[in-house]
Design a protein around this ligand. Structure first.
Ligand SMILES: Cc1cc2nc3c(=O)[nH]c(=O)nc-3n(C[C@H](O)[C@H](O)[C@H](O)COP(=O)(O)O)c2cc1C
Length: 381
């Protein structure tokens, strides 16, 4: 029986086999600073180590399950055994400070460019529909290349790639994995009917469009067992040109199906953000938010998107979510859980350094106790 009446951001929580001492989660944040072969870089290890809190959950940025599944130069890979070591270094650094670490795994599908594909192949997509997204190449965002429709054999291959990536993450010693099925990447492209026009077993009905995600989830859970796989969905997300004719029915079905897997959590991006930008007047599209999915999904819910201290405490105390992720503020506040706990002001984030770059605005943000910036230059959350 869930007792929500006295919970807030700093109430402990049991997550699968893990004990969290608070509910402030660092969500996956792609920063495009991996080595050219897709291995984690030294500065990535430092970045995650700096953001570790005792008993806090960090989800490492999206790592590609296939060399056809990146689309962003500088994104880490987890499609080859050579990538295991880098993940192990990050996991060890987080564990040394008492943190809990999950790794997000992704296939970007149609958000890709032929110059990032093996042999200049076309990016993979559920269907060929007009799409104007961007890949990241040579330090800048560039229009994606035309994609090709996946065959059933392609789909089966990708399920196996997710399974192998899950096994590599396990070998690296992280505590769990998160399947990226949000923000308009491959699994989301299959879910939503704006991008999925297929007429086979993977298109058409809600059940068919969810089939790929459910197969991937089953494969991941077969590697990890209960309580150690999370799934991220963005039911109201419009980023990467996502749209669905009936998100309530689609994501209600997905949430209901997830009950069968004994996941660590279902990670829901709330309607108030589109990708990485806060939406204005989002109150009117609250329908497919954690609050609704809570009535369907029986496990742990992690909510993300546009939260501050007050709204995070509110959603937890109301019982509409169990955990809250803070994305952009984690980039510039390595000690974010402590700042939220104490009510300290926050350092503003630097959007120009989000994707690609050096240690600047990446590993040089200070904890509140040690920074020399006056409070008047900080913000509040
Ligand atoms: C720089 C940046 C990189 C991101 N990378 C990822 C990612 O790798 N995987 C993912 O699921 N979401 C990613 N997101 C989305 C965040 O996890 C989060 O949902 C979003 O920032 C909204 O939360 P916020 O309002 O607290 O920032 C990214 C966002 C930003 C700003």
């Amino acid at each position: 029986m869930r007792n929500t009446s006295t919970q807030d951001l700093f109430s402990p929580l049991t997550l699968g086999p893990y004990s969290l001492s608070h509910r402030v989660v660092m969500p996956p944040l792609t920063r495009l600073r991996a080595q050219t072969d897709g291995s984690a870089s030294d500065m990535m290890v430092t970045h995650y180590e700096q953001r570790t809190s005792k008993g806090g959950l960090i989800i490492i940025e999206a790592a590609a399950v296939s060399d056809k599944g990146s689309g962003y130069q500088g994104m880490p890979g987890i499609y080859d055994d050579r990538h295991i070591l880098g993940f192990k270094r990050i996991a060890d650094a987080i564990h040394a400070k008492g943190g809990i670490v999950f790794a997000q795994i992704i296939h970007t599908g149609r958000t890709n460019h032929i110059d990032l594909q093996p042999n200049g192949e076309s990016p993979l997509a559920p269907s060929v529909v007009p799409y104007h997204g961007h890949a990241f190449l040579n330090g800048e965002f560039v229009p994606v290349s035309p994609s090709r429709e996946m065959t059933i054999a392609d789909i089966q291959d990708v399920v196996e790639q997710f399974r192998s990536a899950a096994a590599r993450a396990l070998a690296a010693g992280v505590d769990g994995i998160e399947i990226h099925s949000a923000n308009g990447y491959l699994l989301d492209q299959f879910l939503q009917d704006g991008s999925n026009k297929r007429t086979d077993a993977y298109g058409g009905s809600v059940e068919n469009r969810a089939r790929f995600l459910l197969e991937v989830t089953k494969a991941a859970v077969s590697v990890w067992g209960p309580g150690r796989v999370g799934v991220r969905i963005g039911p109201s997300g419009t980023f990467n040109e996502m749209s669905d004719s009936n998100p309530l029915a689609l994501f209600g079905y997905v949430a209901e199906q997830m009950n069968a897997f004994d996941l660590a959590y279902l990670h829901v991006i709330e309607p108030r953000v589109a990708g990485d930008v806060t939406k204005q007047n989002a109150e009117n599209d609250e329908v497919v938010a954690s609050k609704y999915l809570r009535t369907i999904y029986r496990g742990t819910l992690l909510a993300a998107g546009g939260f501050d201290r007050e709204s995070a405490n509110e959603i937890i105390s109301k019982g509409d979510a169990d955990l809250v992720a803070f994305g952009r503020y984690f980039t510039s506040n390595p000690d974010l859980p402590e700042r939220l706990k104490q009510g300290y002001p926050l350092t503003a984030y630097e959007r120009s350094a989000f994707w690609g770059g050096t240690e600047r605005f990446y590993t040089d943000f200070q904890a509140y106790a040690t920074q020399s910036v006056p409070d008047s230059m900080l913000t509040t959350a």
